[in-house]
Design a protein around this ligand. Structure first.
Ligand code: CU
Ligand code: CU
Length: 259
């Protein structure tokens, strides 16, 4: 039983893996999952990335998906993939969880695991390219190290002007850049606007959310920024499209316990 804890994917039992995979396949079959992919495409160049809402936007997104999974099986929580310790050869990529790399002789099509197109259960319907199947082309470059992550966690300020990829001294920008590198490392489906088509997206972002939670726990008085009215930037009390949810609501959300 998951017991409400978002745990490290490498520590999942066989039963927990099976329940998580089954719940994902259930919400794929009824169209709910594809709606999540569309939401991400719609906000790819909007509030989801390249600015302060990167963390609260994806927190809300994860919570929504998790709620849908729990409607199928209330024991399920999204596990996290800690890419600093669990690389390409880890249990995360085994056939009973996420499946493996794509086939180099077949346009990097994923052919193993529960999300391979040949299972008949994971056709990509909502796309940003023409490929109707999951693709992975790792490793492209290297995964972030623990030292790099610790460097980001040591930054005290949530975000700084100009609230963009150009922000320096910004925890948000440092962690977003680390996150970008993981998407790049995968290539294939994970490299594009429709990256949530790969279920690994959610394990990756669960780890990013865990790091934000750690940063928050270490700084009880640190807040989301910008706090005041800043033209062109979503401040702490403004809604994040497509939801009425504000960054403040996500920053103070009694977020999941990470195991
Ligand atoms: Cu995203
Ligand atoms: Cu991402």
């Amino acid at each position: 039983m998951a017991n409400g804890i978002r745990q490290n994917a490498v520590n999942m039992t066989a039963d927990e893996k099976q329940r998580f995979v089954s719940a994902m396949i259930a919400i794929k079959a009824n169209g709910i999952y594809d709606g999540f992919v569309q939401t991400h495409i719609d906000q790819f160049n909007g509030l989801a990335h390249r600015g302060p809402t990167f963390l609260p936007w994806h927190r809300r997104y994860l919570l929504d998906l998790e709620q849908r999974l729990q409607a199928v099986d209330r024991t399920v929580n999204i596990p996290y993939w800690d890419w600093t310790t669990a690389g390409a050869t880890s249990a995360v990529f085994a056939a009973d969880l996420m499946g493996g790399n794509g086939a180099s002789n077949n346009n990097w099509m994923v052919t193993t695991g529960p999300f391979a197109v040949n299972t008949g259960r994971w056709t990509l319907n909502i796309r940003s390219d023409s490929n109707t199947y999951l693709r992975r082309q790792f490793p492209l470059g290297t995964l972030p190290t623990a030292a790099t992550v610790n460097g980001a966690l040591a930054i005290n300020t949530y975000d700084t002007a100009p609230w963009s990829p150009a922000s320096s001294g910004s925890f948000r920008n440092a962690i977003e850049n680390i996150h970008n590198g993981v998407h790049v490392w995968f290539g294939g489906t994970m490299a594009g606007a429709a990256s949530p088509n790969d279920p690994l997206f959610f394990l990756h972002h669960c780890n990013i959310d865990r790091l934000w939670s750690q940063w928050q726990a270490a700084r009880p008085t640190a807040t989301y920024l910008p706090s005041g009215n800043t033209p062109g930037v979503t401040d702490v009390n403004e809604p994040m499209t497509p939801w009425p949810t504000t960054p403040a609501q996500m920053a103070t959300h009694p977020s999941y316990v990470y195991g």
